[in-house]
Design a protein around this ligand. Structure first.
Ligand code: SAH
Length: 228
């Protein structure tokens, strides 16, 4: 493993340790950490920011959007408790980095990005790295992707004002939704929603976070398109 990635993993481990009382554990699933160690984050950031790719911070990826901080990517992935046969939905492909981490752990990843330029660029990067278990869609993910539901895990990587009901509906029994909820650019809470075997949901606040806003409503601007 590259030294820089090893350093990034150490930083994530430290931050998990510092936040243990909030997140309720002292270490993340070793499978998640191994997946973080396999995905080359430098492939997902703009070329001029590559020297910073393994720092534990968010970075701009164009269009006013950001690639999330590695610690947050690891934590959100861990909260999904993915198993190799799982099917996952991601809202907010962005750089595609989180998508790659999910694709390392799940059988299939469906990912939706509302900004075409970002969706197309991330698809190119993920294909170049030989990920074949991802389906891409350009459009508004607020209403999920009902055609492939239910999902064992749903992850939203932009901040919503509330939990979108369609996403809860598209969770399978035993499924988990991880989503930041709060005001744009203000305090947001990372929330874990679990659906039990009877279809009842329980939600839990995990910790305060800062994400770019989720575009809400169901407008697709006539731009929804599946890419295969
Ligand atoms: N996981 C990404 C995060 C990117 S930032 C990464 O680490 O790179 C959040 C992304 O969500 C942005 O690319 C933004 O365009 C996208 N987004 C915002 N609202 C959306 C919506 N309603 N549907 C799909 N994507 C959305």
């Amino acid at each position: 493993m590259k030294k820089a990635i090893r350093r990034m993993l150490d930083t994530i481990e430290n931050e998990v340790h510092y936040t243990r009382s909030l997140i309720g554990r002292d270490a993340l699933d070793p499978r998640v950490m191994a997946a973080m160690g396999r995905v080359p984050r430098d492939h997902f950031v703009p070329p001029n920011l590559r020297p910073l790719a393994f720092d534990n911070g968010p970075l701009p990826i164009g269009q006013g959007q950001t690639i999330s901080q590695p610690y947050i990517v690891a934590l959100m992935t861990d909260l999904l408790q993915l198993e190799p046969e799982h099917v996952v939905l991601e809202i907010g492909t962005g750089s595609g980095y989180q998508t790659a981490v999910l694709a390392e752990l799940a059988r299939k990843v469906y990912t939706i990005e509302v900004i075409r330029e970002l969706g197309e660029a991330s698809q190119e990067h993920l294909r170049a790295l030989d990920y074949t278990n991802i389906e891409y869609r350009i459009g508004n993910g607020y209403a999920g992707w009902p055609e492939h539901a239910p999902y064992d895990g749903i992850i939203v990587t932009a901040a919503a004002s509330h939990i979108p009901p369609a996403l809860v509906e598209q969770l399978s029994p035993g499924g988990r939704l991880v989503i930041p909820v709060g005001l744009p650019y203000m305090h947001q809470e990372l929330i874990l929603v679990e659906k039990d075997a009877e279809g009842n949901t329980h939600s839990r606040d995990i910790l305060g976070v800062a994400f770019v806003p989720l575009r809400e409503g169901q407008d697709t601007q006539g731009d929804t398109m599946n890419l295969h």
